[in-house]
Design a binder for this molecule. Structure first.
Ligand SMILES: [Zn+2]
Length: 220
């Protein structure tokens, strides 16, 4: 009997230590009153697929791999925004932490078995994101002169897994910047990856009223 009591106590202790570890390790905590811990910044930028070795690792073509391109765009956008004094959370594909931000952008490139059947598109989970989505489409169209799809045209865009980690004041958008399996789009994007980062940074700054801090991207 004494032994059983002791074992129970030890197990209880281990269990409590585990719970405490989980609580302090995570930078967020959800209780009945909502999210208790989270990270905060003005802009959140996620490089699609970055860091993954299995599962959804993105699309590829002879021009390049999505998983290699998204960090180039995300890093450049982050660098430009931070140099302007704008706070950024720069996220890889899997970062299961809640973030409270003004604007969250996930960078992707699309691909298709049927060459050039696809193009740029935007995904979001809420009608309140639409004004930002419309502005992105209009702004990016001044640089990107190729095909567009309707908003949320794939399930991946409609039900993007990361929406639940970003709590935004303005919008949370998945930006498919173009089709990297389509030669005309892929060639243009490949030589402009850093410029795409600049375009993303300028757009993000504009949404929070700070575009005057960033030089306007040049026409490419
Ligand atoms: Zn993708």
């Amino acid at each position: 009997m004494k032994f059983i009591k002791k074992t129970t106590l030890v197990f209880l202790l281990i269990f409590c230590t585990f719970l405490m570890y989980r609580y302090f390790r995570n930078s967020y905590h959800i209780s009945r009153n909502g999210i208790q811990k989270y990270e905060h910044a003005e802009i959140y930028i996620q490089a699609g697929h970055e860091g993954r070795t299995k599962g959804s690792t993105g699309t590829s073509s002879s021009y390049g791999n999505e998983i290699d391109w998204t960090p180039i765009v995300a890093d450049e956008a982050t660098k430009i925004l931070r140099e302007a004094g704008i706070t950024v959370i720069r996220s890889k594909a899997d970062r299961r932490k809640y973030c409270v931000v003004d604007l969250a952008l996930s960078i992707h490139f699309d691909g298709c078995e049927k060459q050039c059947a696809t193009g740029a598109s935007i995904g979001y989970d809420d009608p309140t994101d639409k004004p930002a989505a419309d502005e992105w489409k209009a702004f990016y169209s001044t640089y990107y002169k190729h095909k567009w799809h309707d908003d949320n045209f794939t399930k991946n865009l409609r039900y993007y897994y990361n929406y639940k980690y970003t709590i935004t004041r303005d919008a949370e958008l998945v930006l498919e910047l173009g089709d990297l399996t389509c030669p005309t789009q892929a060639k243009w994007m490949k030589k402009n990856l850093k410029n795409l980062g600049h375009i993303v940074a300028y757009f993000a700054a504009k949404r929070i009223g700070k575009e005057h801090l960033i030089p306007k991207p040049y026409t490419i």
